[in-house]
Design a protein around this ligand. Structure first.
Ligand code: NAP
Length: 263
């Protein structure tokens, strides 16, 4: 899809990848509705991009998602491209995870994307055009120890994307799923960064991942897994999951010590 003049609703726009993606989409001539829970950071991002609507909202509730969709429609009319990028993460031993955090991760990463999609889809179907871009994770295909709630939410997002893509197959609407490996953004706290270093986890620059997301939209890609060998392991995990269990066992033992640390 050609991005120029398209109305793009981008969630998580004030985050590490969101602010770079917003600037790139703006440079490519898109009309933007930028969404984030962080009001101050969002105003700063939108303030640098002329003609951009900044909509502060909480995507963890149905009402929050409806309000965001209504705000975007009011600002720029029907949405051409919805990019579900907002997300949150926790790195903990599951038995020590805060129950409220488990709920919030699923609400934001999975239900927020589902509800916002539901809110913009009738207009897309009415016009028989549109793009839904769900930003998942390699952890949505290879579940990682100590990222259990996060992995579960991203597995859900991948399943949602696949089902909706099949449901809309005979329409002009495309559903895409883009799965980065680890990226250098504030989502990864100091503990996660230290664990990543100790386990030699590959990490990409956010600018690189943003280019991949834009290329996926340009080329109407259905699924994109970013990074090698992680993208290869996505397939191996489906065919030979026990092999991946064994390959990750040593890394998990190292990760456990960091998962138990205080923030
Ligand atoms: N960074 C990685 O290693 C990595 C790897 C693979 C996939 N991803 C995915 O890429 C996406 C973007 O991640 P990022 O690295 O850019 O993260 P980030 O820097 O933490 O940005 C995420 C943004 O989403 C916002 N947000 C969180 N909860 C929200 C809610 N309830 N309503 C509205 N906005 C909310 C955050 O606001 P607050 O700051 O106020 O919370 C933040 O501005 C996420 O879906 C993530 O799962 C990231």
């Amino acid at each position: 899809m050609n991005i120029r003049d398209k109305h793009i609703l981008l969630t998580g726009a004030a985050g590490g990848m969101g602010r770079i993606l917003a600037a790139e989409l703006h440079a490519r001539g898109a009309r933007l509705s930028l969404i984030d829970a962080n009001a101050e950071a969002l105003q700063q991002v939108a303030g640098e991009l002329d003609g951009t609507a900044a909509i502060v909202g909480d995507l963890s509730t149905i009402d929050g998602c409806s309000a965001v969709a209504a705000g975007a429609a009011e600002a720029h009319g029907p949405v051409d491209v919805l990019i579900n990028l907002a997300g949150m993460m926790s790195f903990r031993c599951y038995e020590e995870e805060d129950p409220a955090m488990i709920e919030r991760i699923v609400q934001v990463n999975l239900l927020g994307a589902m509800q916002l999609t539901r809110a913009v889809l009738p207009d897309m179907i009415g016009r028989n055009q549109g793009r839904i871009v769900n930003v998942g994770s390699i952890f949505g295909s290879i579940a990682f120890a100590y990222f259990t709630a996060y992995s579960a939410s991203k597995f859900g997002l991948r399943g949602f994307s696949e089902a909706l893509r099949r449901e809309l197959n005979d329409t002009g609407i495309r559903v895409m799923y883009v799965a980065p490996r680890a990226v250098k953004t504030p989502l990864n706290t100091g503990r996660i960064m230290r664990m990543g270093e100790a386990t030699k986890m590959n990490m990409d620059e956010p600018e690189y991942v943003v280019r991949k997301i834009i290329r996926a939209i340009d080329n109407d890609r259905r699924e994109v897994y970013i990074g090698f060998p992680e993208s290869l392991f996505v397939g191996i995990n489906v065919l030979l999951p026990r092999l991946v269990d064994r390959a990750l066992a040593a890394q998990n033992r190292i990760a456990r010590t960091f998962a138990r640390e205080e923030d």
